[in-house]
Design a binder for this molecule. Structure first.
Ligand SMILES: [Zn+2]
Length: 343
């Protein structure tokens, strides 16, 4: 199973975030990717590929994100000269050091997403991991590919960023794949993917399906309700399934089957999975009651769709559990898809 990942994705490492009145250590740490990679490469069935950069990819980002946003994000990030140097709108002193940095926060809707040393580089290479993986999938020689995307992406929209996300990896991949056929996105992160939803809200060639903790009760709080069904030509191509904060396997399973049935009716050529492992019990950022064993059932149910799939990493912050959850999920997906094989 091929994994796309670049070590440049580890540079971004803000020290802190501001949530519920407190400054706390940053949750979306580089170690997430490092530990997952470590778990995967000890198994010969996984192969790591470096994403490649070329001019077309850089231009491709403009299909999803606003040019001014991209330019300012890059500029402000690159103005931070050393590790630990971050600008955040909850830390006015950090902005005083560079008053130009203030302008990037006009695009930001929360206090979880600082910008500084390595932010642009990490976000850029994370997006490239997703795009290179999508390219390999589109060539048709693989049925499952994994992009170890960190920082994650599903909270980033065309004109906004937040929730640890800067560039929307899943949306970029879906846009790339949509050239060859219909694309369904299944977002199973604990948090609603407000960025991805907004990007495809008026589109019918890309179906967005999300299972997440109900709005008001969980971040990002203001999106993700079941009556958000899309707009204009996209009406009926956005499908949210909000769940209670303490949701267990029984309810989760029925939500999953609903989502998969909708995807099946849509009959996509490709599936992009926004895989957020913060749905499992003991995640510091989630509260569902799903045991680690459920990772296998989840993968197996998704693979039963029998659609060529790109898996991109979103959340998952329990560093002790995350590597094994990802490992089990990917191996199950791969095994089951090989069993379905049409080659
Ligand atoms: Zn999440």
């Amino acid at each position: 199973l091929e994994i796309f990942f670049s070590y440049n994705q580890l540079k971004h490492n803000p020290p802190s975030e501001f949530f519920a009145d407190e400054i706390e250590p940053y949750l979306e740490v580089a170690d997430r990717a490092r530990l997952v990679l470590d778990r995967l490469i000890h198994d010969v069935r996984f192969k790591v590929s470096q994403p490649r950069h070329h001019k077309d990819w850089a231009e491709f980002l403009l299909k999803i994100h606003d040019p001014l946003y991209l330019a300012i994000l890059k500029e402000v990030s690159e103005s931070a000269r050393q590790p630990g140097d971050y600008y955040a709108d909850f830390d006015p002193e950090s902005l005083e050091r560079n008053s130009d940095a203030q302008k990037i926060f006009e695009f930001c809707y929360d206090t979880l997403t600082p910008i500084g040393y390595g932010t642009w580089e990490s976000a850029y290479w994370s997006a490239l991991s997703a795009l290179n993986a999508a390219e390999l999938l589109r060539k048709g020689k693989r049925r499952v590919v994994f992009a170890l995307t960190r920082p994650p992406g599903h909270h980033a929209g065309q004109f906004f960023f937040g929730g640890y996300c800067y560039l929307n990896n899943a949306a970029l991949a879906a846009e790339f794949l949509a050239v060859s056929g219909k694309v369904a996105i299944l977002d199973f992160d604990f948090h609603h993917g407000n960025g991805t939803e907004s990007i495809f809200y008026a589109r019918r060639r890309v179906l967005y399906t999300s299972i997440h903790c109900a709005p008001i009760l969980a971040y990002p709080f203001y999106t993700g309700s079941a009556d958000a069904r899309g707009t204009g030509r996209g009406t009926g191509y956005n499908f949210n399934i909000p769940l209670q904060p303490n949701c267990g396997e029984k309810h989760y399973r029925s939500a999953l089957h609903n989502a998969l049935r909708t995807i099946k009716e849509f009959s996509p050529r490709y599936l992009v999975v926004s895989a957020g492992f913060d749905i499992f019990a003991d995640d510091p950022d989630g509260s569902f009651d799903l045991t680690p064993d459920f990772s296998e059932e989840l993968a197996s149910s998704i693979a039963s769709l029998d659609v060529s799939s790109l898996i991109v990493l979103e959340g998952g912050y329990n560093l002790k559990l995350l590597p094994q959850l990802v490992y089990t999920f990917l191996l199950t997906m791969d095994k089951k898809m090989a069993g379905n094989s049409h080659f």
